[in-house]
Design a protein around this ligand. Structure first.
Ligand SMILES: Nc1ncnc2c1ncn2[C@@H]1O[C@H](COP(=O)(O)OP(=O)(O)O)[C@@H](O)[C@H]1O
Ligand SMILES: Cc1ncc(COP(=O)(O)O)c(N)n1
Length: 567
């Protein structure tokens, strides 16, 4: 038993005060199916970049359908767990979830009086999504009083009503008003969550006691995988605050990450009720992006391409998926470009399927990611124009000379248009945007190929930018009025761009027909490499943290309004 264990350790204060990885304690109940409570908290803290610790209040026999049984250990044991942690570890943030009983709340209060963590995020868990009670009715007022100790509370709509002693809000404005009153009275910030309201947009709004608001809207995901969303949001928020993020950055990060997690929750196929979110989706996406595996394996393209059939299909990439070749929106004019399209099918499908394209289309792409994408696009177009101009210089056929020169001018015009219509000239530090590693790698590859390889190889390298962009444009659905990116999506639908793509395809078809088998093989590799650069280019915007080097949009506002937003 514990009597033989020392309770006095070197005081935490002798250890380095500010850890770069925030040390975050969750005080919550359990969920053996891993979607809510302590399990969700630990996964969320890890995903948000923290070191997670867990003190268990109640053991809950629950699954995705609901709660079956509860086991509540003695309050002394809760106190012992809390002490064991705080006697040893400096805490950068504490998050509380299910506290269950008045006695447990009192135990945590006594411990907090002593420990006083800098950040306390209180998720006032009362009733689970399944309708099961997780807080004894007689403990509600103790929970309400407990919330006054928080840095920020994260009630859902029903919990907000109990907290503020109001009827359940039926609109976002009502909820905001309830929260504002309570926040002003108590001096505690509130995150108002509209997940439980019937709105197309789910908005998380940070309300400070001084009345200031930070609203982070996101599109509603049509899914039943929302078990544990409240636990996950509050834990991620605590972690980002614990690492020193501003409330705006912390809430933006937590909301965007959770949106991605909810979007991919159903694919986990965990349980047949209200399933969990996929807390690890972002980490796996970033891990895949960090892979150093070669994009084009040596055996992906034969050394000599005598006929288009030698190329085989589809084969590039390391995605390892079986793909059916998507129908090209701009038809290949001959067998060589048809074979190249088939060879790149896996990457084309991955772009269509990408989180970036999905988020751009459904409007959930965070504003900072969109601004970053546009700024990188402008930088890219400048490099791309140089590669196109190099092809003009290297062409001998007069039509080809004219075509590539015009294409280069077109890219520069587009770049200028981006600066004029969309982008500010500098980011928040006053510096002009710098190329990201992905943008630099792509433009360097294009220039090196257009200048240093056979001309056919250069033409193959510049083609995917035309062809895959036209492909994305053709697949775009009509978006509702008020969509934040509708004006940008319209630029994809420019018919002039389809004509330019057809001409580029005709150039490549004739270059391939005239080239030697070895040059054709090099051209096929360049084509597939450029396709992969396109995928990376889209995806890179979703690897950026809020405040992490995004350029500003020309009209510097808060996030753009989303369709259906109640505000
Ligand atoms: N269907 C959904 N689509 C998008 N985001 C959602 C959805 N449901 C929940 N969320 C996100 O999860 C957060 C917490 O969900 P909510 O249902 O409001 O709280 P709780 O789980 O505490 O009842 C919301 O603020 C929102 O960010
Ligand atoms: C231990 C515990 N804590 C919190 C919740 C609430 O989560 P949800 O409302 O999503 O069911 C839960 N089900 N279990």
């Amino acid at each position: 038993m514990t009597s033989s264990c020392p309770t006095q350790f070197p005081p935490s204060s002798t250890l380095p005060a500010a850890a770069s990885v925030p040390r975050v304690l969750s005080i919550a109940g359990t969920d053996p199916t891993g979607g809510a409570g302590t399990a969700a908290d630990l996964k969320s803290i890890t995903a948000a970049g923290g070191y997670g610790m867990s003190v268990v209040t109640a053991l809950v026999a629950q699954n995705t359908h609901g709660v079956r049984d509860l086991h509540v250990p003695p309050a002394e044991f809760l106190a012992a767990q809390l002490r064991a942690v705080s006697d040893d570890v400096t805490l950068d943030a504490v998050k509380t979830g299910m506290l269950g009983t008045t006695e447990f709340i009192a135990t945590v209060v006594a411990w907090l009086d002593d420990v006083r963590p800098a950040i306390l995020v209180v998720d006032p868990v009362m009733i689970a999504t399944s309708g099961d009670r997780l807080l004894q009715p007689e403990a509600e007022q103790a929970m309400v009083a407990f919330c006054r100790r928080a840095t920020v509370v994260t009630p859902n709509i029903d919990e907000l009503a109990v907290l503020t002693g109001s009827p359940r809000a039926t609109t976002e404005d009502e909820a905001l008003e309830q929260a504002a009153r309570w926040s002003e009275e108590t001096g505690v910030a509130v995150v108002v969550k509209t997940g439980h309201l019937d709105t197309l947009t789910v908005t998380n709004t940070w309300l400070s006691p001084d009345g200031s608001r930070i609203a982070v809207p996101s599109t509603r995901v049509d899914t039943t995988s929302t078990h544990g969303t409240g636990c996950s949001l509050s834990s991620a928020l605590a972690t980002r605050l614990g690492r020193g993020d501003s409330p705006a950055d912390a809430l933006a990060w937590a909301t965007d990450w959770l949106h991605e997690s909810i979007t991919h929750g159903a694919a986990l196929r965990v349980g047949s009720g209200h399933g969990p979110v996929d807390h690890g989706h972002r980490a796996r996406r970033l891990q895949a992006a960090a892979s150093s595996a070669p994009w084009i394996m040596p055996d992906a393209v034969p050394h000599l391409l005598e006929t288009p059939a030698d190329l085989g299909a589809p084969q590039a990439g390391d995605h390892g998926r079986n793909v059916t070749v998507p129908a090209p929106a701009v038809a290949p004019p001959g067998p060589w470009t048809a074979a190249l399209w088939a060879a790149g099918a896996e990457i084309t499908a991955a772009i269509a399927d990408s989180d970036f394209v999905r988020a751009l289309v459904d409007g959930s792409l965070p504003q900072h990611a969109f601004a970053f994408y546009l700024a990188q696009d402008a930088l890219y177009l400048n490099g791309y124009a140089r590669a196109l101009a190099a092809l003009a210089a290297r062409s001998t056929d007069p039509d080809a000379q004219v075509y590539w020169s015009q294409a280069a001018t077109g890219a520069l015009t587009e770049e200028a248009e981006l600066h004029r219509g969309w982008l500010g000239s500098a980011d928040h530090t006053g510096a002009p945007p710098a190329p990201s590693p992905v943008t630099a790698a792509y433009t360097t590859f294009l220039l090196a190929t257009a200048l240093g390889e056979d001309r056919a190889v250069g033409v193959a390298a510049v083609l995917p930018c035309f062809w895959l962009y036209a492909q994305v444009g053709a697949a775009l659905p009509a978006v509702p009025a008020g969509h934040p990116y509708s004006a940008w999506l319209d630029t994809y639908r420019d018919p002039g761009f389809v004509t330019a793509t057809e001409q580029a395809l005709a150039q490549l078809e004739s270059e391939m027909a005239a080239a030697s088998p070895a040059v054709r093989a090099a051209a096929a590799r360049a084509f597939l490499t450029a396709c992969r650069h396109e995928l990376e280019f889209f995806d890179q915007a979703l690897r950026l943290e809020p405040g992490g080097g995004a350029a500003l949009l020309a009209t510097e506002t808060d996030r753009p309004e989303l369709a259906g937003s109640a505000r």
